[in-house]
Design a protein around this ligand. Sequence first.
Ligand SMILES: [Fe+2]
Length: 300
Amino acid sequence: MIRSDFLGIIEEYESQLKKYGLNLKYKIMLNIDGHLLEWPLAGNHPRGLAFTESRELRWDNKEAGVYYWTGTLSPHQQTINELIVDNLLTKIRFLEKSYHTLDCGMGVLNSAVKAIEAKDRYTRGHSDRVAALSLKIAGTLHEAGLLDREFSNRDIEIAAKLHDIGKIGISELILTKTGALTMPEIQHIRQHPAMGAVILTPLSIFEHLIPAIRHHHERFDGNGYPDGLRGSEIPLISRIISVADTFDALTSNRPYRKAMDPPTALAEIRRVRGTQLDPDIVGAFLSIPDNRFLPLTLSS
Ligand SMILES: [Fe+2]
């Protein structure tokens, strides 16, 4: 939501540049309460382009970011550009408010995640580890040019932290059962992704992340749930979470089995590459340096 608001503001800025015939290359980098936003994205920028001018973006005596540009502008055009950057800044200030709402919502939902994990000692810390690993995978995909960032790191982190929020509606007895699950129990547990989507629906700030949560148990070959999506039909964030979630589950103790050691878990991830898990995302995961030590580094 916030990212799309930001992109909407940028779109309006670009249409103003066009309207006034201002021919310049620019870059905007913002840091609002620790949330980073930039445009154009690093990978989309012409290589070797150096900016000759810059302007600090600030309000209420706070640094909010930097606007860089380069281009040949007459003094009159420069004044116009200053004015439209002022206008841009006013709009960006509204994003701060949205972030505040997002952080409040996240605080409440994080408490809910902790409450779910407290019910089940086997999954304690799971959501934080899945979020940390998902971010590492996303970083590797981005470096390899396989990730078209339509969403921010923050989106990935939030979706990964909340992926199992629907477990709030799943019976504790079933979550912690040590014996084999019956078919009705399996069906019950399998409702948690759809339940998670329902829980988040009233919160408009998370609207864009609902598909990522609903589809985190789809399989690349189409044999997952709840909707049997396959390949690229599955939201990219869900495919990333799926790899992180699988690795963390394999390397954690579960009521029905002991944790696998990391090399065995990595062999299992390789085995399900292309069937359960997206092969490109598994490739990115496997290329993370020292990934066999991940459970130690992520939980520390
Ligand atoms: Fe799940």
